[in-house]
Design a protein around this ligand. Structure first.
Ligand SMILES: Cc1cc2nc3c(=O)[nH]c(=O)nc-3n(C[C@H](O)[C@H](O)[C@H](O)COP(=O)(O)OP(=O)(O)OC[C@H]3O[C@@H](n4cnc5c(N)ncnc54)[C@H](O)[C@@H]3O)c2cc1C
Length: 385
């Protein structure tokens, strides 16, 4: 991965935006349990972040994946993890399949406004009885003339309260297993679709999370993304974007958290000398610096694989490893930061407590650690994929 002065300019523009437009509002948005996506997204969209790799004819930047790495690392630095996560849902979790497989009309209607930040997108896969096992989902779309009639429940949907459309995965035939599912764009204003619960969470407070109910929701058949019946496969491909951006963001956040903790240790005197003078603390942080650096460069290797258009299984394995390691390392970093701050680290007024809560999600969302291990074992040929 080689970063040019253009990359560095993009990085510095994003860093300014995060520090000046997001971070000063983070505490209020956390208290309100929601950030105003319809206010923030159009401003952020002006930096091109919701269409970095998308077609310029649709409003995208037509850039390569290296810019997505920088975007992820910088958004990871947001003082409230929920804002970065919600943005990444818009850019890398709910829209890649539409950009890759959608018809031109569908992209003009839903992708272009999302790129401009005028529409907020959500990805609706998980259900009460189907999370890790996506093939177990029960939401059903039945064909009626040139419409789908959709019934079901979706759970833990990020941006589900304030979103304008869902990239929804539903069963569209009785084939069972990995077959017979389709991805369908469902505008949230469609009659029959409602937020049954706005969910309270351990962390990521500024991002809204919803349980959604769909009762006889009618959308045109032409809202199907790509091929009818190929939804599961298309979603698996979309998951690679999700897992990569999650790892890029986590890495950006870890670098910042270690820097801030080292700074605190320099300022805080205990037993008559700065805490940083304790070799144990230095070494523990140094160990984390080494681990984060390894992950950062693994992320860059993943990005190179994407840009080289290497085969799908190789990219799947790399994205899975990155997400697994990022989730585990983020927990270690967050725990160490809180520990080295002592009592003040446990206080809500200190950034460490929010980071500790927020970082816990990465080992669960977008596929739990154990699901990542299952995929890696399957790709090694030891178990079922
Ligand atoms: C804050 C938040 C935001 C989210 N946002 C979205 C969203 O926007 N859209 C969306 O569709 N989903 C979203 N999710 C859902 C998330 O992807 C799922 O929670 C996750 O995939 C796990 O599914 P589950 O909760 O049903 O856990 P389950 O499938 O019930 O699994 C429970 C646990 O069992 C273990 N496990 C599972 N399978 C195996 C196995 N094969 N072997 C060994 N152990 C296993 C893991 O430890 C796992 O955590 C979100 C979740 C959270 C918490």
């Amino acid at each position: 991965m080689h970063f040019t002065p253009e990359h560095e300019m993009f990085r510095s523009t994003l860093r300014d935006f995060v520090e000046n437009e997001i971070d000063p509002n983070a505490d209020a948005w956390e208290r309100q349990r929601m950030f105003p996506a319809h206010e923030l997204f159009p401003k952020l969209a002006k930096l091109g972040v919701f269409g970095l790799e998308y077609d310029p004819e649709l409003g995208g930047m037509g850039a390569d994946h290296s810019y997505t790495v920088i975007y992820g690392e910088e958004m990871g630095r947001c003082a409230a993890g929920g804002v970065g996560m919600a943005c990444s849902v818009q850019s890398d979790m709910a829209t890649p399949a539409l950009a890759r497989f959608g018809s031109t009309e569908l992209k003009q209607k839903f992708l272009s406004p999302a790129i401009r930040g005028e529409m907020v997108a959500a990805i609706a896969v998980t259900e009460p009885d189907a999370g890790s096992d996506v093939a177990g989902l029960r939401t059903r779309a039945v064909r009626d003339g040139d419409e789908w009639v959709i019934n079901g429940t979706k759970l833990y949907i990020t941006n589900g309260v304030q979103g304008d459309w869902l990239c929804l995965l539903a069963r569209t035939s009785d084939e069972g297993g990995y077959r017979g599912m389709s991805q369908i764009i469902v505008p949230t204003s469609t009659p029959g679709l409602g937020v049954s619960r706005k969910l309270e969470k351990l962390g990521q407070w500024s991002s809204d999370t919803a349980e959604l109910s769909l009762v006889d929701v009618r959308v045109p058949l032409s809202n199907t993304i790509g091929e009818i019946g190929r939804g599961f496969q298309q979603q698996m491909s979309q998951f690679q974007n999700e897992r990569l951006i999650a790892s890029y963001m986590a890495t950006g956040r870890m670098v910042l958290a270690i820097e801030k903790t080292a700074h605190y240790l320099r300022d805080r005197e205990v037993f008559g000398r700065p805490l940083i003078d304790n070799q144990y603390l230095q070494f523990r942080l140094a160990e984390l610096v080494a681990d984060v650096d390894l992950l950062k460069h693994y992320n860059y290797a993943c990005a190179d694989a994407v840009m080289d258009d290497r085969n799908a299984l190789e990219i799947t394995k790399m994205a899975t490893i990155a997400k697994l390691k990022a989730g585990r390392l983020a927990r270690d970093v967050a725990d160490t930061c809180i520990q080295f701050h002592g009592g003040v680290g446990y206080m809500e007024e200190t950034w460490t407590s929010r980071y500790f809560r927020d970082s816990r999600l990465l080992s669960i969302g977008g596929g739990a650690d154990e699901v990542m291990l299952r995929i890696i074992a399957g790709l090694e040929g030891w178990g079922k994929l």
